[in-house]
Design a protein around this ligand. Structure first.
Ligand SMILES: *Cc1c(COP(=O)(O)O)cnc(C)c1O
Length: 492
């Protein structure tokens, strides 16, 4: 299957590209994104036929339906990376919490957040394409804490790929920082920046736009690519697990085949919930996709009004930092699906030029047919974390935002699956403060120990081991010196 562009074609680029082209060079005409030309039609009873499939088998059949231009062996090799998860046959278990409420745990991979679900196989696929084309790629990543560790883990020692990861020094949790600075691998470079996440991201954008930097890379025979969630190579792996949610509820005999369910997704860049939207289009019986946000309520406003207005908005730093967002990239793919390329281009240009776009009534109605949204604040999140411990469920602050949607947006008496995007171990100081009701803040190591003892919660080896690991990346630089540092790494 080929891929087309959300903002239409500029007659300079190819009208359509293959999957491997779309993931190597993810930016499309007019700054748009690549989307599948059509979503695949699955066989009748696809879901019933996969009741007893392993996750890998399900994933394989969905990827096959997309007819991607990747060799079978390479697909299998990529899917074998789910062996690194706690339970390879069930990498993302769906757990019943109460009557109608289920948690889809997406954090059982090597870096304990949902990013592993897609980045693990994606890293393998990207490296295999680069190798086949005999090209070298540099992946630049700016992270607020979850993408960085997941990208480093998946690309370490992969052929034809080098990774530079920029993180704001002091702006991540200790666990997140250690996951990055302790990662070994000849092809990895981790750089702390004196500044916040925005500074890291801006530095990255400037580099991507810099002709002199690209020249430097070209001289060394290196091309640039991106591993962020605008890359469809990540999105494709994020469709699969929404099928899994449904199949798990069927297997647990919580629903009958065809019965609709709600999916609640804590959202930032809209990649996770976009996968759910595509899964719904491909036949998963989803009543509605419920989008949860934190105090950065832009997604809630957009879905409730059709207006995306960031003229007077400032990014707020919250206890669910992976959802702190103003410009959410993947909404563009939903808009394309609802409004088509011409209109998408117009709306996205409005946003770029005027920091606002307005969908019309008809478009907004369509949007609301698929999505509802609600946001909550840190105080609410803390209450929820505490409340759910009484139900013997320990959740992280991102997951907690889903409960607001569960309590307020459910219109029909149907089962609800909320997505747990991070393990509590990644945000233990916040979780402990919630459980101890505003006690002083403990550093990660103490908070992890206290919670695991007091609440008998399990610590995975990958987290325990971090605090005694060797720190391999010690560089912290001023913003001005990032480029120099990267060039030095490439020349080494
Ligand atoms: C990345 C992330 C999110 C947001 O996912 P999007 O696909 O960007 O919407 C939510 N929670 C956690 C813990 C994450 O790491």
């Amino acid at each position: 299957m080929n891929f087309i562009e959300t903002r239409g074609n500029d007659n300079n680029r190819a009208q359509e590209v293959t999957f491997s082209e779309a993931i190597l060079n993810p930016s499309a005409s007019f700054g748009g994104l690549y989307v599948p030309k059509d979503l695949p039609e699955l066989e009748d009873n696809f879901i019933l036929n996969h009741l007893n499939s392993s996750y890998k088998e399900l994933a394989y059949d969905i990827l096959k339906a997309f007819e991607i231009d990747i060799d079978e062996d390479e697909i299998n090799k990529a899917l074998d990376l789910y062996d690194k998860f706690d339970d390879p046959t069930n990498p993302c278990p769906v757990v019943k919490v109460k009557d109608d409420l289920f948690v889809h745990e997406q954090y059982h991979g090597p870096t304990r957040a949902f990013k592993d679900m897609a980045l693990q196989p994606f890293g393998s696929i990207l490296s295999s394409i680069a190798k086949k084309k005999n090209e070298k790629y540099l992946i630049l990543a700016a992270t607020s804490g979850d993408t960085g560790p997941a990208a480093l883990n998946t690309f370490k020692n992969k052929e034809n790929i080098q990774v530079v990861c920029l993180y704001p020094d002091g702006g991540t949790s200790d666990v997140q920082r250690l996951q990055m600075v302790c990662e070994d691998g000849e092809n990895l470079k981790v750089i702390g920046i004196k500044g916040n996440f925005d500074d890291a991201q801006t530095a990255l954008k400037n580099l991507l736009a810099s002709e002199s930097f690209k020249k430097e890379l070209e001289n060394d025979g290196i091309k640039l690519s991106a591993a962020n969630s605008v890359n469809f190579g990540r999105i494709i792996f994020q469709i699969i697990y929404h099928f899994w949610s449904y199949i798990q509820l069927l297997k647990q005999e919580e629903i009958k085949n065809g019965e609709k369910i709600y999916l609640v997704v804590p959202s930032g860049n809209f990649g996770n919930v976009l996968g759910g939207f595509y899964a719904q289009q491909m036949g998963v019986p989803v009543e509605k996709l419920l989008v949860a946000s934190n105090e950065n309520d832009i997604l809630t406003q957009w879905i409730n009004t059709g207006i995306y207005d960031i003229r007077d908005k400032e990014l707020k730093l919250t206890k669910s930092p992976a959802m702190d967002i103003l410009k959410s990239s993947n909404i563009e793919r939903v808009i394309f699906s609802i409004c088509g390329a011409q209109r998408t281009k117009q709306l996205m240009e409005d946003l770029n030029n005027n920091k606002i776009f307005k969908m019309n009534e008809e478009e907004t109605e369509k949007l609301q047919k698929y999505f509802s949204a609600i946001n909550s604040d840190d105080k609410y999140g803390a209450q929820i974390i505490k409340e759910f411990l009484d139900l013997k469920y320990l959740m992280d602050p991102h997951t907690a935002t889903c409960i607001k949607a569960y309590q307020n947006l459910k219109e029909k008496d149907l089962k609800v699956v909320i997505y747990s995007t991070a393990e509590w171990t990644k945000f233990s100081p916040t979780v402990l403060q919630a459980l101890h009701e505003n006690s002083i803040s403990h550093p990660d190591k103490e908070a992890l120990d206290i919670i695991s003892k007091e609440y008998n919660a399990k610590l995975p080896e990958s987290i325990k081991g971090l605090f005694s690991s060797e720190i391999r990346h010690k560089v912290i630089v001023e913003k001005e010196n990032i480029e120099e540092e990267i060039v030095k790494f490439i020349r080494d």
